[in-house]
Design a protein around this ligand. Structure first.
Ligand code: 13P
Ligand code: SF4
Length: 366
């Protein structure tokens, strides 16, 4: 039996210890029938139950490889969609709380992207001149759009290789939804800023002139992650003013000026590995989500590595935070009882075309 409800009556009153014990018990009862995947931004009470942890690329590879009947994705909606697309027939992808979306992914939808493609066709031949590239933080139907228009998916890890591939296919790229990942990657590949234009999806022709579109190499969708916009170049200047030896590391969803002032830029897994491999006594200013940075600080404190969150404001991904131990427990206990809750199922047509774009990504980033 499959239901999609999100009610968690009976779980809200449980204390932390009881939640933890019952999650472990349900996990054990399910054995190899279930795999729990946990993104780095998950809160500790959930993260500790994950069989595999990682960034979007690593977790999508895990989802493609597992033979477990149930893939419980402690992350956000697009991640569970990717798990469903890449898993085999008979496997079930589950997001413990269906409200866990990604606000950046929501900034591009199929209707707007198809409108943009048609508008571009008044200036160029998009299917001959423009490769569509979608960040993995996007809905499945946008991945499908890329699949059927000769395009591809990228993650924060493989964006440089993917863009190289995309420019090898056609002269220009339409990159959505995150303008910052697109700009930061394009600039590092040597594309000047004036050849990267922002497509404002609220305006006719993206707010651009025909001349600007003809001259552009990279057309960047006007999307962004509000969590990563909290980090500012002045935060780096202020902290380095006090501690000049600080090394700065940021996620490529941060604005251009922040990435330019950073010593290292990369995915969440890259940030984890780089800071974890640092020598004792080093000091790091980290520009990514708070749950991950707090965990890193606690893990590395005993090795005398100082980890400081980049923003003076508390900013975390509120949608990632929706996955709490109550929802994880409800999901697992329902499975033990033979009931599937909060299943994520991508329509077969979309899944087939999205798989094409994801497979291109895996080939390019192998
Ligand atoms: P990573 O793939 O680097 O984990 O990024 C996912 C994400 O949503 C960052 O905001
Ligand atoms: Fe989406 Fe930003 Fe949250 Fe990442 S941190 S899942 S991009 S809203």
């Amino acid at each position: 039996m499959t239901t999609t409800g999100t009610a968690i009556q009976g779980y809200a009153q449980l204390d932390d210890r009881e939640l933890d014990e019952r999650i472990r018990a349900a996990r054990e009862a399910l054995g190899e029938r279930v795999v729990i995947l946990g993104h780095h931004y998950q809160r500790d009470e959930v993260f500790r139950h994950a069989d595999y942890t990682g960034d979007s690329l690593k977790l999508s590879r895990q989802a493609a490889q597992t033979s477990a009947e149930y893939i419980v994705f402690c992350g956000v909606h697009f991640m569970a969609e990717v798990a469903d697309i890449l898993s085999s027939r008979g496997q079930i992808s589950i997001l413990p709380d269906l409200g866990a979306g990604c606000s950046m992914a929501d900034m591009a939808d199929l209707e707007k992207v198809e409108d943009a493609w048609q508008e571009l066709a008044t200036v160029l031949e998009p299917d001959e001149q423009v490769t569509p590239v979608t960040y993995i933080n996007s809905a499945a139907d946008l991945k499908a759009f890329c699949g059927r228009h000769g395009g591809i998916v990228c993650t924060s890890t493989n964006a440089p290789r993917v863009l190289e591939w995309a420019f090898g296919q056609r002269d220009k790229v339409l990159f959505f939804p995150d303008q910052h990942l697109g700009r930061n990657t394009g600039y590092n590949m040597g594309i000047p800023l004036d050849k990267m234009v922002v497509w404002d999806f609220g305006k006719p022709l993206g707010g651009l002139t025909k001349e600007q579109i003809r001259e552009a190499k990279l057309i960047l969708w006007n999307g962004f992650c509000s969590v990563h916009q909290m980090f500012r170049p002045e935060h780096i200047d202020q902290y380095k003013g006090r501690y000049p030896d600080t090394r700065v590391i940021s996620h490529p969803e941060c604005r251009f000026e922040v990435c330019q002032k950073s010593d290292y830029v990369g995915s969440t897994e890259y940030i984890l590995n780089t800071v974890s491999a640092a020598e004792p006594g080093s000091r790091w200013l980290v520009g990514t989500e708070l749950n991950m940075v707090n965990r890193l600080r606690e893990q590395l404190q005993p090795r005398d590595i100082v980890v400081q969150f980049m923003s003076p404001m508390v900013c975390m991904c509120s949608t990632m935070f929706r996955i709490d131990p109550q929802h994880l427990l409800q999901t697992l206990e329902s499975l033990v009882a033979g009931e599937v809750v909060n299943r994520i199922e991508v329509p077969a047509d979309d899944a087939a075309e999205a798989r094409v774009a994801l497979q291109r990504m895996f080939e390019v980033s192998a």
